[in-house]
Design a protein around this ligand. Structure first.
Ligand code: SF4
Length: 158
């Protein structure tokens, strides 16, 4: 295997990424090669520095950055605001909010029996919500998993 990181670190960072995506309610990029390259970068830093320093930034002194901890994955922006500039973890925050409002609206309407919407209206609303979900982050896919085979294949020529 020639992917610039040891298999042990690759597997460790692959598992970490899957678990963290599930735990944080985020998704991998629809282009899995982005996911694979970032995981590879994290694994290389894990081998080189002993810590998964964010691979998408330039550092004058990597050891000092590791000691500081801000950009060790998951970095502070990710932990505090779910912001991953590497596009490893992507969110659907707006979608969840609108979906919550949608469910609340229909629940209240049903309780009060004041609103009777037809199937067509419901379908239009759902399509609108689906579009919002995509617009929230155009790059977010639907998956929170990546296999070791995918990881190796997608980073083979890099
Ligand atoms: Fe990890 Fe943060 Fe880099 Fe995303 S931006 S890969 S969460 S360190």
């Amino acid at each position: 295997m020639d992917v610039g990181a040891t298999e042990k670190s690759l597997e460790m960072m692959r598992k970490f990424s899957e678990q963290y995506a599930r735990g944080s309610g985020t998704y991998f990029c629809m282009d899995k090669s982005v996911t694979a390259v970032v995981i590879q970068g994290l694994a290389e830093h894990k081998d080189e520095l002993g810590s998964p320093l964010c691979p998408c930034r330039h550092y004058d002194d990597k050891e000092a950055e590791v000691a500081q901890g801000f950009w060790n994955c998951p970095c502070v922006p990710m932990r505090e605001r779910k912001e991953c500039h590497c596009m490893l973890f992507l969110t659907y925050v707006l979608f969840c909010f609108v979906l919550f409002c949608f469910v609340l609206f229909f629940a209240l309407a049903r309780i009060r029996r004041e609103v009777a919407l037809g199937d067509e209206t419901r379908l239009t609303t759902l399509l609108f919500l689906y579009r919002l979900r995509r617009d929230d982050n155009d790059f977010a896919g639907d998956e929170q998993t990546i296999s070791m085979d995918e990881l190796v294949e997608l980073t083979e020529d890099m």
